[in-house]
Design a protein around this ligand. Structure first.
Ligand code: ZN
Ligand code: ZN
Length: 151
């Protein structure tokens, strides 16, 4: 007589696999590094009853498999992105805390390094305001900014 335990674990295994697939989808559809709470927010639209603990577990597993890599931001929870992307850097918005990808690299980077040094890797993280945050907090032009005496 079969017990119900294997059936139950098969069910929860299937649910985990499904949840993980949706979490992978979120990373593939959003082409920028995501923090765990962003993943939860984005995946919740598709997966009812998804919790932050499940998201953390999935991220941990996907990082362990080498599918995700973490992107560190000093003083912030790590972001994660799909591994194996072409060389790029990151822009961190100080207002909405979203992180974006920057294509390419800094050309003058090599010139900063003393000739006797050998570079192994580098990280470039730019801080600022993303386009939607910069638009909102745009400083209105003050009288001092206007061209004086040309009216
Ligand atoms: Zn922003
Ligand atoms: Zn670079």
């Amino acid at each position: 007589m079969p017990s119900s335990a294997p059936l139950k674990s098969a069910k929860s295994f299937r649910r985990n696999t499904q949840q993980r697939r949706h979490i992978r989808d979120v990373f593939e559809r959003n082409d920028r590094p995501l923090a765990a709470d962003e993943v939860l927010q984005l995946a919740q639209q598709k997966v009812a009853g998804l919790g932050i603990a499940t998201v953390y577990r999935a991220i941990k597993a996907l990082t362990g498999e080498g599918w995700l890599v973490s992107v560190e931001v000093p003083g912030e929870p790590p972001r994660y992105e799909v591994r194996g992307k072409v060389h790029h850097h990151h822009f961190h918005c100080l207002k909405c805390r979203r992180m974006f990808e920057l294509e390419g690299c800094l050309e003058q980077l090599g010139k900063m390094i003393p000739p006797s040094f050998r570079v192994v890797d580098h990280v470039v993280l730019i801080y600022g305001l993303c386009s939607s945050c910069a638009r909102v907090s745009k400083v209105p032009s003050t009288p001092g900014n206007r061209k004086a005496g040309k009216s």
